[in-house]
Design a protein around this ligand. Structure first.
Ligand code: CUA
Length: 332
């Protein structure tokens, strides 16, 4: 029975240890230090728990046998020594070791391994992430592109309630995003890849669908990604031109900025900046893939995908929504 339980439960419980949002699959020096500390604690406490439970069963077994001989409650010198070593000295030693290791790990991850070359500002909103590259004049949402091998300085705050920024494979821990305050954390990717992040402070009905993606790319690809982000695409296709009109007519600009297109008084609107919408791989904070069908359905009824999202449904005709989507797809 016990072997059956172990063979079924262990793989199930460990199956959550990998993947693209796992603290146990680190891809940066800070995250590796945390993972190493976790494994040391896991194996130490695992072995000790096994010994303690084994000892407990042994004690019960022995007490039963000795009860028959009526000499069960005698404690000899050897037993007293065992209690002192195993019950007092060992736990003290283990707990002090854990404290020292935790403090050392905390100190080692507080600063990045080198001077950050890139600063990114991330602003939490209900229920999405505004992402700014202040040195490159780029604003996007929910997806962060970074170069591989370089520490990145991440400055976080919030536009409404408290959120928490957490990209477990790349950043050394979590950091709260608090309105009116800027907190800092660093992150770094040692290899190219896509890494998932998640809001970890309950912030409302769609907290669970407030996710973000970090794309780590080689330096030259990152520079190409930056230089490809040019606002204000020239349009000549009549459908796309019509789509841009729909963007104004349907009132989209009161919530969404498109750099070079939005009227000045609407710049900095409260919803996600759409200037580079087509360059994002997902919609709604990683809720759905950014495809033509999904974008169309999202505009018509975003609550179908993300109930409680602050964007209202847009009752557009099929023609208008088609034109709008064709236009939005030009926004690289
Ligand atoms: Cu934002 Cu939870």
């Amino acid at each position: 029975m016990r072997r059956w339980a172990a063979s079924v439960l262990l793989p199930v419980s460990l199956s959550a240890c990998g993947g693209w949002q796992s603290t146990l699959d680190p891809a940066s020096p800070g995250a590796s230090n945390i993972a190493n500390l976790w494994w040391i604690m896991f194996w130490t406490t695992g072995v000790l728990s096994t010994l303690v439970i084994g000892g407990l069963f042994y004690a019960v077994y022995r007490a039963r046998r000795h009860a028959k001989d009526e000499e069960g409650d005698r404690v000899g010198g050897a037993e007293r020594g065992f209690i002192l070593v195993a019950g007092a000295a060992m736990p003290t030693l283990v707990l002090i070791s854990f404290i020292v290791l935790s403090v050392r790990t905390g100190a080692s991850i507080s600063e990045p391994p080198g001077e950050p070359e890139l600063t990114i500002e991330v602003i939490g909103h209900m229920f999405w992430w505004e992402v700014r590259y202040p040195d490159h004049d780029i604003t996007t949402a929910n997806e962060i592109h970074i170069p591989v091998g370089a520490p990145v300085d991440v400055r976080v705050t919030s536009a409404d309630v408290i959120h928490s920024f957490w990209v477990p494979q790349l950043a050394p821990g979590k950091v709260d995003m608090i309105p009116g305050r800027t907190n800092r954390i660093w992150m770094m990717a040692e290899e190219p890849g896509r890494f998932r992040g998640q809001c970890t402070e309950f912030c409302g009905v769609q907290h669970a669908l407030m996710s973000l993606l970090v794309v780590a790319m080689p330096e030259e690809d990152f520079l190409a990604w930056i230089s490809d982000r040019l606002p204000g695409t020239e349009l000549d296709d009549p459908l796309e031109l019509r789509g841009r009109e729909v963007f104004f007519e349907a009132g989209c600009q009161s919530c969404h900025t498109i750099q070079g297109v939005s009227e000045p008084e609407f710049l900095g609107a409260p919803g996600p900046d759409l200037t580079h919408l087509a360059a994002r791989s997902t919609l709604g904070g990683l809720t759905i893939e950014n495809t033509r069908e999904n974008l169309t359905a999202w505009i018509l009824d975003p609550h179908h995908f993300k109930p409680g999202v602050r964007m209202p449904p847009s009752p557009l005709s099929g023609e208008d929504v088609g034109a709008l989507v064709a236009y939005l797809e030009t926004l690289q």
